[in-house]
Write a protein that binds this ligand. Sequence first.
Ligand SMILES: *Cc1c(COP(=O)(O)O)cnc(C)c1O
Length: 457
Amino acid sequence: MSENKIPYKIYLEESEMPKAWYNVRADMKNKPAPLLNPGTHEPMTAEELGGVFCADLVAQELDNDNAYIEIPEEIREFYKMYRPSPLVRAYCLEEKLGTPAKIYYKFEGNNTSGSHKLNSAIAQAYYAKKQGLKGVTTETGAGQWGTALSMACSYFGLDCKVYMVKVSYEQKPFRREVMRVYGASVTPSPSMETEIGKKINAEHPGTTGSLGCAISEAVEVAVKNPGYRYVLGSVLNQVLLHQSVIGLETKAALDKYGIKPDMIIGCAGGGSNLGGLISPFMGEKLRGEADYEIIAVEPASCPSFTRGVYAYDFADTGMVCPLAKMYTLGSDFIPSANHAGGLRYHGMSPILSQLYDDGLMKAVSVEQTKVFEAAEQFARVEGILPAPESSHAIRVAIDEALKCKETGEEKTIVFGLTGTGYFDMVAYEKFHDGKMDDYIPTDEELEKYRAKLPKVD
Ligand SMILES: *Cc1c(COP(=O)(O)O)cnc(C)c1O
């Protein structure tokens, strides 16, 4: 088949869309380490987890064995409203770079929340509704997760309480308003409404908050209010499971044209989009059916994979959540205030952490000014203004394509374009005005946080 036959956008018919999520844990020889009770250090039981999370989601969280889990009909119907997301051949970018590489990206920004987060938000809201709950609580940093969850909750008629990191609440009023369009309540965190919020405010007067702190508040509110559960937008096994829809669609679209990628690249904050994108490909790799080079890209200012340690750590600042074994910088770690590119969580998905530790994938870190340079280069030829988070993947995809230009290799590169950047114009402004710098934490700083990791044997 001639090259030209591959269209700019590869779509799937409704009948070709995935009917089940793929659970990569089923094919992993070394399973991700279990969540531990923060008090006893024993593995969390379904019963214990059920106090915080919805019942069906607990089952998914603990399921290391079933490779396929059916996507309920209601969720598949909702997916059809904004999926399949396009797999785009970046012909214009290839041309501009003058590379022999073939570049594809899977674009997840085609919904109001502007990112892939809706894929899991709708699933989590569905299971909460099915259980007869009144509502859910959550945290949000930049606001994409809060937006996605608000949208999903309004669809199923659930109450949604969002604790939004204070600095974002103040700097991103538009995101906050989008959440309110969907009827969510949005509270800046740390607030004075929770015990943990009061404690953090007393210990750090004037603090502008962090994700870890907002998580603690949201969990406290869920546990104290009957009929409420807590939901999380990344990191957890269940979230990677839902996000596998990204990878399954990508693989189905590539298979339609007989395309086999050499390299799969994605940005990594808590690891959910990357985990979802690579899942079916990693499955083939784990079963020995195919090989792919898989690269996680993270910010140099929050380098969980490349400079963190693989250890049990707290998922939140208030230390109320279960302990997770993951690549982590320590739960007190907060990236420099100058860091504008997102992906600021201190830890990483336990599934991806195990795969990385087993040498099945690589990780690289990139500096934010280089990320924004790549974002602009991309925006100018591909007709999408990318989110700063997504642009981490763009940076490395471009770098790899330029390496191909040197060597003449015609590699096929697939990367995840997780979302749009229209709410990130303050970050773009900083970049344009030369006010963005590339702060990289020193070894001494990282050691300070590392020293506070919980002792688990
Ligand atoms: C949340 C988010 C990310 C990072 O989260 P992961 O769980 O690592 O996928 C990346 N891109 C966008 C646009 C996001 O909203």
